[in-house]
Design a protein around this ligand. Structure first.
Ligand SMILES: Nc1ncnc2c1ncn2[C@@H]1O[C@H](COP(=O)(O)OP(=O)(O)O)[C@@H](O)[C@H]1O
Ligand SMILES: [Mg+2]
Length: 273
């Protein structure tokens, strides 16, 4: 169970995340939506301590995450694997090696320096790649893969960390609709089959609605909606995306997993809710 209480992060005088209190039970799939600048990335980054909160508490089970230092902090960062919009692979290294890099936090510095991975680790990496349907790319340089394949490599690398949570920051924002669907399906399967909590920032409402049992809407650093997608009223959508939501339809649907032609406009989304 992850518990945030009154979490705030300021940059200068501006509260990028403002007094957020939420509880995420183990195994939930949560979509965080909101306009660019709403504070989604800052919130996610505070969970694994890429950024420290200015104030507030982040607790996971009995552990106060904001106080972790040294090895305990590294263990926590291993427990919550991050997926980024830009994949963050090492393009010149082959896919298998990129996936094995997910094991680094499990190993001693000395073992890491020798650069050798065990047979078991290699088998684990291959099975992660098989699970994501890209085992045939194992020996290719990661940089030669399509965006959708690269994001699946990043998910395989995350699985190698044997995480308790997967934090994904707009994982499909750089992908075409077909690849976006494959990547979201993969995250959803992992959530369902392994019971790993997934918290993912998403630009688009319809993706969150389709995959996430719980949607958190942010605006100007605050949580303005929290609940199942079916509770999103047109008023809630306006709170999240602003009064001019109608004019933002391209923004909201641009990374839709659906075919462009069949993507409903914000207007019809609002009528559908
Ligand atoms: N390192 C930083 N320094 C200063 N301001 C930042 C920094 N990171 C984010 N911000 C500001 O915090 C706000 C929220 O940003 P962010 O969390 O990236 O939003 P989102 O991911 O929803 O687009 C924005 O106004 C952004 O400019
Ligand atoms: Mg962001």
């Amino acid at each position: 169970m992850l518990k945030l209480e009154n979490v705030t992060r300021r940059f200068g005088g501006y509260a990028a995340v403002n007094n957020v209190t939420i509880t995420v039970p183990k195994g939930q799939m949560v979509g965080v939506i909101g306009r660019s600048g709403a504070g989604k990335s800052t919130l996610l980054r505070m969970l694994n301590r890429l950024i420290d909160p200015s104030s507030g508490s982040v607790r996971f089970d009995q552990t106060e995450i904001t106080e972790l230092r040294g090895a305990a902090l590294r263990n926590w960062q291993r427990d919550c694997a991050m997926i980024f919009q830009q994949f963050n692979l090492v393009p010149r290294l082959n896919v298998l090696t990129n996936v094995l890099l997910g094991r680094l936090n499990y190993r001693s510095t000395l073992l890491n320096l020798t650069g050798s991975f065990s047979k078991e680790e290699r088998a684990m990496a291959i099975s992660a790649l098989e699970r994501l349907g890209i085992a045939q790319t194992a020996l290719q340089s990661a940089g030669t893969l399509s965006g959708g394949q690269q994001q699946r490599v990043a998910i395989a690398r995350a699985l190698m960390q044997q995480p308790k949570m997967i934090l994904a920051d707009e994982p499909i924002a750089s992908l075409d609709p077909l690849n976006a669907k494959v990547v979201m399906d993969s995250l959803h399967n992992i959530n369902q089959e392994e019971g790993i909590t997934v918290i993912t920032n998403l630009h688009t409402l319809d993706t969150a609605r389709h995959y996430c049992e719980r949607v958190i809407g942010m605006a100007a650093g605050e949580v303005v909606f929290d609940g199942p997608a079916e509770n999103l009223t047109s008023e809630a959508v306006r709170m999240i995306y602003g009064a001019a939501a109608e004019e933002l339809s391209e923004d909201i649907t641009s990374t839709s997993i659906k075919d462009k032609a069949s993507t409903p406009s914000v207007g019809s989304l609002q009528h559908a809710v």
